[in-house]
Each structure stands twice: as structure tokens, then as C-alpha cells.
Write a protein that binds this ligand. Sequence first.
Ligand code: SF4
Ligand code: SF4
Length: 353
Amino acid sequence: MARNDFGPPDYRELIPPVIQKNYGQWKYHTIPRPGVLKHVSDTGDVLYSVRIASPRLVSSEYIRSISDIADTYCDGYLRFTTRNNAEFLVSDESKLEPLIKDLVAKGYMIGGGGHSISNVVHTQGWIHCKSAVTDASGIVKDVMDELHPYFTGEIKVPARLRIAVACCVNMCGACHCSDISIVGIHRTPPRVNDELLVGRCEIPTTIAACPTGAIRPNPKTKSVEINHEKCMMCANCTVVCPAIKIMDPVNDGVSIWVGGKVSNARTAPKFSRLAIPYLPNNPPRWPEVTNAVKHLVEVWAASAREGERMGEWIDRIGWERFFEKTGLPFTDKHIDDFTHATTTFRSTTQFRF
Ligand code: SF4
Ligand code: SF4
């Protein structure tokens, strides 16, 4: 009989002997060079982790090739980080330099630790999701082509800067809480196919899916109708009802958000806020998006204090200065008009001209 409900493999059987031995006893770590971490234990044992960028969407050949490298230098041990970088775990110091040389020779990019721009957390895009307003892998490749010197440490930044991509406002991943987020958005209201809807959609579920109450039943057609004045083109109705379509290759595009973070270091975690309401989908290189992200990184890096994340920098200088320094236009789209929006309005006389 097939075995089921047995869960993932026990991670304790998959970690290198040096980690098994020193589990819970690590004393400190340093970053001797970008992308290389040195952990030292109470017992005096040392472990080096060499981090490389990965495109996340990889072939089995890619997995085999990095596994071969791990076999050669790391007794077969390898891990993936929470941002989908790969890390080679080296307990024999004599193998560290040969590993690094081999990785560089084979074209792998080492970096992503400490104050840097690490891998971009991203989603499925046009590769695999029916809701994708934009592509994920394409944009990420383009952005990292522009920013790779920040990954490798060739260009220094004041603090870590996290970038995320989500191909629709479902925001699978980390876009609501990243220093810079790229989010796919629609700008054309959805169209209802009445004939299809009758057989394929639950009307109460479809109505309940709308955050603005823009959908109501249409008894004449036994379908639904959408009030375009109320619709904000979130596409939630299209997720639950395949008879409602919203894709529009001309008007769809991306928005850029800034200032989110999840750590509690220095200041509380923050949500990302809207910086650029719309940029066009322009595959395959998305020049408008990559230029905007690069510009935001450069302005922040030139102005932030050491250790200051994007959101902390904006909190210090204020949003007026943020728009002034970045040269981005402030528009009505930046003003919250959803439930509890008033909490985001200024309720003080303190502001800068
Ligand atoms: S963010 Fe949206 S489009 Fe992208 S994978 Fe998630 S649900 Fe699909
Ligand atoms: S797109 Fe969003 S706001 Fe518009 S009708 Fe559908 S669920 Fe409502």
C-alpha cells in the first residue's frame, strides 16, 4: 500500500556533521568577504557558508550541477536560503578557496550577505499562473542584471535592501513587506461573460469576493453585473469566477512600492507603500521598471545613514522629501481611499514645504 502522511524528511539527518555536533552552540559569525559567512562554535569548530545567486526556477540539470560541486567540496551538503539563494557548507577550510575559484570559473555569482541586495523573492508570472498581470522571472532577471554589483558587494549599500516581485495583487511572497516591491496591476475593469457564468460560477461567492461591493446579481441574465465606478480592478472576482475576464495587454502593467520590512531591528516591521502607480509591461527587458528600481536604490544609497533601511530613511526624511529626492510625481493614486484610509492622512501641522 502507498505510504502517506509521512511529512518531510527529518532535517537533522540532512545537515552536515559539524552542524549536528554544534547544534545550538554557535557563538558568533563574521562575514570575511561578500557572500561568505564564517560561523564559530563554543567548541571551536568553524563552518563556512558560500552563498550563490540562483534564479529559483531551475532545471534538474542545474540541481545536479550544484550537487556535484557540493560533493567535491562539502561532503555532499548544500542548502537553499529563504530568498532562494544556494549555500555551500564547508567545514574543511582548505577547501574554501578552491570552492570559490571553481564557482567563479563556472559563472556562479557569489554574494547576497550582510548589507547588500540579495536575491529577489518572486512568483510564477507568465510561466505558470492564470492570474499573472506581468511576468516574474523576466523582470527579476532584468532587475538583477542591473543590480548585480550590489549582490556581489562591488557596490556598497548602507543597509540590506530587499526586493520582491508579485505578478498580481494577491502578492504571493513578500511584496507587502519589502524595501522595494514590484507588483502587477490591472487598469481595465473586468468583463462578464453571462453565458459562461451561469454554468461555471457560484454567484454568492463571486459577489462576496469583491472588496468594494461592486458586483451585484443580474436576475435578467441569471448572471452578475459590475459597477465600474466602484471597481478598483483587483481581479479578485476573476480568481473565483472563470467567466469574468480582466486581462488587457495594453493597459496592464506594474506598480512600485517602497519602505516595507519584516525585522524588528531598531524599528517595528512596516508595510510597503505606493511609490509609482503604473509602469508599462515592456518585455523582454522591462527598461522602465529596471530604471525605476535602480534609481530608487541609488537615491536611497546616496542619502541613507549607515544601517538605515529604505522605510527607516523615508520615516526620517518624510514622504515630501522622498518624492522630492527621487523626482517621482505625487498623484491622487498615492492617497489611500480604502477602509480606514483616514489613519494614513496627516493629522498634524508638522510638514516640510
Ligand atoms: S502573485 Fe498572483 S499572479 Fe503571481 S503567482 Fe501569485 S496568484 Fe499568481
Ligand atoms: S476587479 Fe475587484 S473591485 Fe472590480 S469587481 Fe472584481 S473583485 Fe470587485
